[in-house]
Ligand binder design. Structure first.
Ligand SMILES: Nc1ncnc2c1ncn2[C@@H]1O[C@H](COP(=O)(O)OP(=O)(O)OP(=O)(O)O)[C@@H](O)[C@H]1O
Ligand SMILES: [Mg+2]
Length: 164
């Protein structure tokens, strides 16, 4: 059996006396896609906050690739490969897909723009945006302007920009 990438063991989260997440356990393996659904106030965002590290669960543990990260801050979980995106994407609509990812890479690496060269052509940056787009399966959209993408493609771009 392949190792689980994300595993929750008996996670509960309470606010005051109100138990919002109650004894939740599940495991997600490589290549699996899981949707978390429920009515307003069911506790979905709370559970995602527990997974990301925005909240510490009242009980239970969160594991990434077999490592207990329950006590680790958000930044350490990101370093371990956990990515969170939000419903509202913040893409530069007038730029291309590659330019958007290149800017995200530059920001992550703390690089500043050079007036005389395009960020997408810097060899170290190019390596990363090509890898990110390839991983998300949207390399063929590199030169497409974001405003021309379908919504699903914009979500993939959002993931590509968080990737790395
Ligand atoms: N920081 C908090 N302090 C107190 N109560 C909270 C807090 N965060 C969430 N809650 C309560 O926990 C319950 C679950 O909220 P949560 O936002 O997780 O639900 P949700 O499933 O994401 O809902 P929606 O579909 O509306 O986004 C709600 O009753 C909410 O009021
Ligand atoms: Mg919510």
């Amino acid at each position: 059996m392949s190792q689980s990438l994300l595993e929750l063991r008996n996670v509960s989260m309470s606010f005051g006396g109100m138990r919002v997440n109650d004894d939740i356990s599940f495991s997600i393996g490589k290549g699996e896609r899981v949707a978390l659904i429920g009515p307003n106030g069911a506790g979905k965002t709370t559970l995602v906050n527990v997974i990301s590290g925005d909240l510490t669960p009242s009980q239970g543990t969160v594991h990434l690739a077999g490592v207990d990260v329950t006590a680790l801050p958000i930044s350490d979980r990101v370093d371990a490969g956990l990515i969170r995106t939000f419903q509202i994407t913040r893409l530069f609509k007038s730029l291309t897909v590659a330019q958007n990812v290149a800017l995200a890479v530059m920001q992550r690496k703390g690089l500043t723009r050079n007036m005389f060269s395009s960020p997408i052509d810097r060899p170290d940056v190019r390596l990363e945006w090509e890898r990110a787009l390839g991983t998300l399966g949207i390399a063929h959209l590199a030169d497409r302007q974001v405003s021309q993408l379908a919504y699903g493609q914009q979500r993939l771009l959002d993931l590509a920009m968080s990737y790395g």
